[in-house]
Ligand binder design. Structure first.
Ligand code: RFL
Ligand code: PHB
Length: 395
């Protein structure tokens, strides 16, 4: 098989890249290790920056997020048992974020891909990338016991943190930066009305962090910080709901509607960046190149901005015969990545209990929260990062 761009991974980055390239008349094949149902079963992100929503429109899949997404104008910070609204829209001259699940973004992109008759190879095993430092890169994989090869001009590594693309780069050519946090998030999805349908709730409590989010007006997504070695089986639904209520202010705790969990999982928290994001004709995008702790809601949004830079670069290459975009991809993407890394690390540090920062560290955290809610300058800094910095920020 021959194509212009071979995309590894059919998560949001790979699917969005495929759709933007298709719109520009560029041929791409996607190779995915899992089945489509498995990809749709992963419950992850829920908050989209306007830049991400705009990209979904550009890709021709914006109708449903427009119709079914819930626009948020503020966030609620809870600490010392008290709620403090932050007027995100007022502080950013009218900007908003949209609550719409990653599962739905993925479904919209999968449906569009299928309707356009584009090729996605699901359940491909032993995927390997070859000769991306020359001019004739190749991808090989096995499917139904048969070996297959794709010849291409470029390879897009959109295969997530545990993918094959970053792992195939010679060790000396890549620099990795990492911080692992000493706790995880236990997440529960339940078919109940969200306690705060128009603002995500971020709670710093002496029992640890908690977050109240949503997938729709009838489906809630809640998280509590938990020890890193806890197992899902340690957490009955009852224990989870009790713990969540204990971490919120009394009014909100009293309004939580509980119900049986339909998904429950524990995610570790990590900050990670691989530099550069281009190796000859191989590009990394999304979680393949970087991970943020979910506190800032930036992972999916960063994946979308990488894809915007990369699709523009590839379109420029084919349409205008210029490699300027390709040559600056890594540097442009990394500038935005590090800003989101900083924001996600900062918000994580501000809101969680750390085992080693009792005493002085705890007091500094309280002073910073107090400063944040009373200072317009600091609230504005939070708000402008939360809605997403512009794609050309600082350029
Ligand atoms: P994905 O989604 O991991 O997709 C990669 C795909 O590649 C496939 N793959 C392979 N395919 C072929 N060959 C191989 N060798 C392969 N190895 C892997 C995988 O099967 C998979 O289908 O990466 P992508 O597309 O870059 O998307 C990134 C996002 O998924 C991620 O950043 C977000 O989910 C992060 N995140 C959040 N981001 C936000 O912007 N807002 C949020 O509110 C938010 N909340 C979250 C989150 C992530 C969470 N977890 C569980 C990590 C909340 C949580 C709890
Ligand atoms: C989610 O809805 O899963 C979510 C929302 C906001 C965050 C993280 C996760 O900061």
């Amino acid at each position: 098989m021959r194509t212009q761009v071979a995309i590894i991974g059919a998560g949001p980055s790979g699917l969005l890249l495929g759709q933007l390239l298709h719109k520009a008349g560029i041929d791409a094949v996607i190779v995915e290790r899992q089945s489509g149902d498995y990809v749709l079963g992963r419950i992850r992100a829920g908050i989209l920056e306007q830049i991400t929503v705009d990209l979904l429109h550009e890709a021709g899949v914006g109708q449903r997020v427009q119709r079914e997404g819930t626009v948020h104008h503020s966030i609620e910070l809870v600490y010392a048992n008290t709620r403090h609204p932050i007027d995100v829209t007022g502080l950013t001259r009218g900007k908003v974020v949209t609550a719409y699940g990653q599962t739905e973004v993925t479904r919209d992109l999968m449906d569009a891909r299928q309707a356009a008759g584009l090729t996605t190879v699901y359940e491909a095993s032993n995927v390997q990338v070859h000769e991306f430092d020359g001019s004739h890169p190749r991808v090989t994989y096995e499917k139904d016991g048969k070996k297959n090869e794709i010849q291409c001009d470029f390879i897009a590594g959109c295969d997530g943190f545990h993918g094959v693309c970053r792992a195939s780069v010679p060790r000396g050519a890549i620099h990795e930066f990492e911080k692992v946090y000493p706790f995880g998030w236990l997440g529960v999805l339940a078919e109940v009305a969200p306690v705060s349908p128009h603002a995500i709730v971020y709670a710093n409590s002496e029992r640890g962090f908690a977050l109240c989010s949503m997938r729709s007006l009838t489906r809630s997504r809640y998280y509590v910080q938990c020890p890193i070695d806890d197992k899902v089986s340690d957490w009955s639904d009852e224990r989870f709901w009790d713990e969540l209520r204990l971490r919120l202010d009394p009014d909100m705790a009293g309004r939580i509607v509980t119900g049986p969990s339909i998904e429950k999982s524990i995610a570790p928290l990590r900050s990670f960046v691989a530099e550069p994001m281009r190796f000859g004709r191989l590009f990394l995008g999304g979680d393949a190149a970087h991970i943020v702790p979910p506190t800032g809601a930036k992972g999916l949004n960063l994946a979308a901005s990488d894809v915007k830079y990369l699709s523009s670069a590839l379109i420029e290459h084919y349409a205008e015969k210029s490699d300027a975009g390709i040559d600056s991809y890594s540097q442009r993407a990394l500038a935005r990545v590090w800003r989101a890394e900083r924001f996600s690390w900062w918000l994580t540090s501000l809101l969680h209990r750390f085992p080693d920062t009792a005493g002085f560290g705890q007091k500094i955290q309280e002073a910073e929260l107090d400063y944040l809610v009373h200072s317009e300058a600091m609230s504005r800094s939070l708000a402008e990062n939360y809605v997403g910095l512009p794609l050309d920020f600082g350029q």
